[in-house]
Design a protein around this ligand. Structure first.
Ligand code: PEP
Ligand code: MN
Length: 246
């Protein structure tokens, strides 16, 4: 049965307790996301715990087996991430950072390549090409919404790109419904639509208490809302012949 992969966790790793709560969730997935070095639009915004976050994850990995996904913003972090970050996320702001992509292409870890704010599909695939040494299976394209003329939503979720990429390329394609919608109220529907569009999974933000999240609090699902989303995806997956893989 075809799988629909769940990657979930907070926007940023904030504390050991916060990550313990994520790992203890009813539907805690084996792939956990968490920002360590954050790319914030405003310099005054929380920049991530950096190496302290890596230490937290290193300690937690001694107690529980999970695959850790985190955004890499600079090649100098490769050494710090070694042995702790299993999957590198390249953020929307770095999709065009070809030197970073060339470095990651040499490592062998899977890379989640997010679409830049205004990147055409061709530009996105151009960036994916820099990761070519990894092979198509280890380059995961992540649609996270693009800029549009609209101002109601954080971004415009381009599910057309998902349909096209699944038809025309061999890359795994996932969707980030959190950054696409920008509001937790709409994340579940966007996740369901992504499944229906043929995505291979989702990368979604969940926080033990979104009201106090240090970054992206508006779009973070609560643990209860996250559970409800997983249950709805399981039902839709049943109809589509897909197994939700935690
Ligand atoms: C993130 O995943 O927290 C993030 C910053 O995403 P993006 O690069 O898509 O803005
Ligand atoms: Mn975020």
């Amino acid at each position: 049965m075809k799988k629909f992969k769940i990657i979930a966790g907070p926007c940023s790793v904030e504390s050991r307790t916060q990550m313990e709560q994520i790992l203890a969730m009813k539907y805690s997935p084996s792939f956990i996301r968490g920002g360590t070095y954050k790319m914030r639009t405003q310099k005054t915004s929380f920049q991530g715990l950096g190496s302290e976050a890596i230490e937290i994850i290193k300690e937690l990995k001694k107690e529980k087996d999970f695959t850790f996904v985190s955004e890499i913003t600079d090649p100098r972090q490769i050494e710090i991430f070694h042995g702790v970050v299993d999957v590198f996320q390249v953020g929307a702001r770095n999709m065009y950072n070809y030197e970073l992509l060339k470095e990651l292409a040499q490592l062998g870890n899977p890379v989640i390549l997010k679409r830049a704010f205004s990147a055409t599909i061709s530009e996105w695939l151009g960036s994916a090409d820099y990761l070519h040494p990894l092979g198509t299976e280890r380059v995961i394209l992540c649609e996270r919404g693009v800029r549009s003329f609209d101002t109601k939503l954080r971004n415009m979720l381009d599910l057309g790109s998902v349909i096209w990429l699944k038809e025309e390329t061999k890359f795994p394609v996932i969707v980030d419904p959190s950054h696409a919608m920008g509001d937790s109220k709409y994340v579940t529907q966007a996740a369901l639509a992504s499944m229906a569009a043929g995505a291979d999974g989702i990368l979604v933000e969940v926080h033990p208490d979104p009201t106090v999240a240090l970054s992206d609090k508006d779009q973070a699902l609560s643990v209860v809302k996250y559970s409800e989303m997983i249950e709805q995806l399981t039902v839709l997956g049943g109809a589509l012949g897909l197994k939700v893989e935690l």
